[in-house]
Design a protein around this ligand. Structure first.
Ligand code: HPA
Length: 248
């Protein structure tokens, strides 16, 4: 079975197994990734983990070196990446604690290092991105989520904001009119860079709060997060366990 890498965001350190984990400090031609890359085995598969916000969770979304993270995994010969992203739920069915497997993205970020095709001395490359996640890897996640009967929506539009501040209620209303089901800060440029690098990429979004202005009881976002992250990550853990053992 092939290797799989996880780029984990907020709360994703819960995904690490208790047993043997190797830690590798690597660097790339784009600089250092967010932290040491962790590696362990699951049956025949090799599993790698990049802590997107750094080992201590100190790197804000707009300062993540997305190019170095993807390049490091590419240099290690990884063929599949699953991004785990904490998000806010915009549509009613994206409730805190549930999972969504987005199949579309709207990018609202700006001024991030967003491409490997940055040179001015070779022909310009326009990468196709109409389907921003790997159909094969997305299907694999959907099938396993159904099999496990997880609280999981199989598709959705992920709107990626610049952060690190959260959104205004009016911004969320606009994103909903644009067609966004979820709001988060980290799927871009990660997804596009993986595509440019030729590595299959899919997203498992963990809804940790209702988007700004949408909480039915008016609860604050940070309180909602405290209550939902652990439950959401438990579901992610089960999903990844099944994906790692399935043919991809
Ligand atoms: N907005 C943006 N990013 C997020 C949110 C949110 O509500 N929740 C988790 N990441």
């Amino acid at each position: 079975m092939s290797d799989i890498a996880i780029i984990g965001g907020t709360g994703a350190m819960d995904l690490l197994p208790a047993g043997d984990i190797d830690s590798m400090v690597v660097t790339t031609c784009y600089g250092d990734p967010s932290g040491p890359i962790l590696e362990w085995s699951v049956g025949e598969s090799r599993c790698l983990f990049v802590p997107r916000h750094g080992p201590q969770g100190t790197i804000p979304p707009h300062r993540v070196n997305y190019r170095a993270n993807i390049q490091a995994l590419r240099d290690m010969g990884v063929g599949n990446i699953i991004g785990i992203n904490a998000v806010g739920g915009i549509c009613l069915s994206a409730k805190p604690g549930s999972l969504v497997l987005p199949d579309q993205i709207i990018d609202y970020t700006w001024s991030r290092e967003h491409t490997f095709f940055d040179q001015v001395d070779r022909p310009v490359t326009h990468m196709e991105f109409d389907l921003p996640v790997s159909a094969r890897l997305h299907r694999c996640l959907v099938e396993q989520a159904i099999e496990l009967k997880l609280d999981c929506r199989p598709s959705g539009v992920y709107g990626v904001t610049q952060g690190p501040r959260l959104e205004t209620a009016a911004e969320i209303d606009r994103m909903e009119r644009d067609g966004c089901d979820l709001v988060g800060m980290t799927a871009m440029p990660e997804a596009a860079l993986a595509r440019e690098a030729g590595v299959a990429y899919a997203i498992c979004a963990v809804v940790v709060n209702y988007a700004a202005g949408r909480a039915p009881d008016g609860a604050g976002i940070h309180d909602q997060m405290k209550q939902s992250v652990r439950h959401g990550m438990k579901q992610v853990n089960r999903l990844l366990g099944a994906v790692l053992q399935s043919p991809r």
